[in-house]
Design a protein around this ligand. Sequence first.
Ligand code: SF4
Length: 390
Amino acid sequence: MPSLIFRKGLDLKNAVAGMLAENYHSTIVDRIKADDFTYHTGRLTIHLAREFGFCYGVDRAVDYAYQTRERFPYRAVYLTGEIIHNPHVNEKLRSMGIRFLSDEAGSVDRLGPDDVVILPAFGVTVAQLQQLDSRGCTLIDTTCGSVLNVWKNVRRYADNGHTAIIHGKVWHEETQATASHAVSYGGKYLVVLDHREASAVCDYIRRGGDRDAFLNHFANAVSPGFDPDRDLQHIGLANQTTMLMSESLEIGDMFQAAMREKYGDSDLANRYQAFDTICTATQDRQDAVVALLKDKSIDVMIVIGGYNSSNTCNLARICAASRPTFHIADPDCLVSPHEVRHRPAGSKQEVTATGWLPPSGDVVVGLTSGASTPDNLVGAAIAKIEAFCN
Ligand code: SF4
């Protein structure tokens, strides 16, 4: 029996609104927003970025997960994996009895028509969806509209015979899902992580090169049977929605220049396609933190969000370029006025730093959070910093 799929919630928005507010709302954050995003107390001034925290896609996904629990109190409810990249929110869902298929090997094969499965905001691959569909369970699809837009364009590339060049993280669920859409439409893809990898591919487009070395380097980042000599002749640019916008734009320009150089202006429109797939929420959060750093004399930046949250890591990268920056997963990482646990921008490991907060005199702290970070964590971090300072 095919699955029943809910894509627009379960008509229980009002029923769960109180629970969501209780779990994720922060009075202090609301007060600071109303007060021009600034908070003064004693020697401490905190400036919040003008856009931070839950984006529309995450807000909707978490809302639908709560509605699902409410609608099916006596049925087994599963998530395919993390609904969003925030440990606090995922733990909250576990505490509500929602189980994670990623925790239990072979669990998809045991699903049946009585089971309910929630698909995350960043989507699942075509193969995962087919597998879940074949079990006949009820599916609650929370895939964000901005991610669906990327998939639509990648499928268009496949239809036109263009290889999708995806600026993204090959291990990220969203990029894997996007790549799977290219393949499901008979297309090809290549994932580039950053400026360095994009530059290597552009060199290959211009001059060719060592095909085996190319395939070796991108072994996990290309579609099956990828041939760089054949599959880089017509390309279309796409990106994971949460990448650094400035880098995505630069990478798009690099590929356009390489194709122009190789095939000439007259054939460019036939050889190269692009569209902007950074979502507006990601762009707004990046713009807001750039403005904050430009407009205020910030001594220390705190960025709050899961270490595996791509958009949070990119906010930290922006801040770290000009200020002492501490990307913390949780307010508990603010251990004391002397000690903080954080993940330095570009690193894969949490470290402990000392002397992060000036011990005396006025201090100005800038604060932002990723699109999967609820306001209550921002509020808790503010309370800690205030207690440390005063
Ligand atoms: S970061 Fe953007 S694409 Fe991802 S869930 Fe939020 S709004 Fe959607």
